[in-house]
Design a protein around this ligand. Structure first.
Ligand code: BTN
Length: 260
């Protein structure tokens, strides 16, 4: 296997046959003092976690389920940039290994034709405005059997193989992903925030489109215009108001008028 040429990420790679969640294992290791850049990979997760408290289906042999321990020196207010930077890295890794052109759906989903190819879950522990550790979890569907997916997900999810990228090995994709994550993480660590934001803007499918944002208490329709330093989505609503969306589910209006 090719030697991994990274500075921080992947100095130690721990692989498991099965874990409840690689994020949870990485968190446990981080608490025990594991070094920054430690990577945890599992062939399958029995309780894979998605954003907004959802499950992440992680069947054996069908994707790369992995987490990285980070100990950034970033201010807590700047930490949302880690997830945005990770989305940029995942997009680049996907293109490098397979040629598949995925788009970033705010904040950090990787999608092809409206279907999800990869997702990112960042968890953080901070005290007194200082980050103790961040866990960056990335799940990428490489190939899947439709039969392993819950019925309600079957038309919402795709894989690299289903998107025309061929059969990519987990090992090959892992190496490329770690290299790309390392590059953007070094940029963030050097304070090059605008470079990361620009890269995100170039690959997003959300900006410049009509969106529907469903938050815990409200539903907003409008035009997504930009993101700010905190990762918030800036939207001009249908009645002309400027609003910031900090979290929640955003769907993008497709040409047929459907939101996906
Ligand atoms: C999302 O909802 O889009 C985020 C999905 C993140 C899934 C990955 S798989 C590896 C890591 N471990 C987890 O439990 N979740 C993340």
């Amino acid at each position: 296997m090719k030697k991994l040429g990274t500075k921080i990420i992947g100095k130690q790679i721990l692989t498991y046959t099965s874990l409840p969640s690689t994020n949870d294992m990485a968190k446990q290791l981080a608490v025990e003092g594991a070094a920054e850049g430690t990577v945890v990979v599992a062939e399958t997760q029995t309780a894979g976690k998605g954003r907004q408290g959802r499950n992440w289906v992680s069947p054996v042999g069908q994707g790369l389920w992995m987490s990285v321990i980070l100990r950034p020196t970033l201010k807590v207010v700047d930490t949302p940039l880690v997830a945005l930077a990770a989305a940029v890295a995942v997009e680049r890794a996907i293109t490098r290994v397979s040629g598949v052109q995925a788009g970033i759906k705010w904040p950090n989903d990787l999608v092809v034709d409206g279907k999800k190819l990869a997702g990112i879950l960042v968890e953080m522990q901070a005290t007194n405005a200082k980050v103790k550790y961040m866990i960056l979890g990335v799940g990428t569907n490489l190939v899947f059997n439709q039969s392993d997916l819950p019925v309600e997900l079957a038309d919402k999810i795709t894989s690299l193989q289903a998107a025309g990228g061929g059969l990519i090995s987990r090992e090959e994709y892992l190496m490329v992903l770690l290299e790309e994550l390392d590059k953007v993480y070094l940029q963030l660590s050097a304070g090059e925030f605008e470079l990361v934001l620009q890269a995100w803007r170039q690959k997003t499918i959300t900006l410049g489109n009509k969106i529907r944002a469903e938050g815990p208490t409200q539903l907003i329709y409008g035009m997504a215009t930009d993101i700010d330093r905190t990762g918030a989505l800036l939207v001009t609503t249908e009645d002309g108001k400027q609003v910031k969306i900090l979290s929640g589910d955003v769907t993008v209006r497709a040409v047929d008028g459907k939101y996906c």
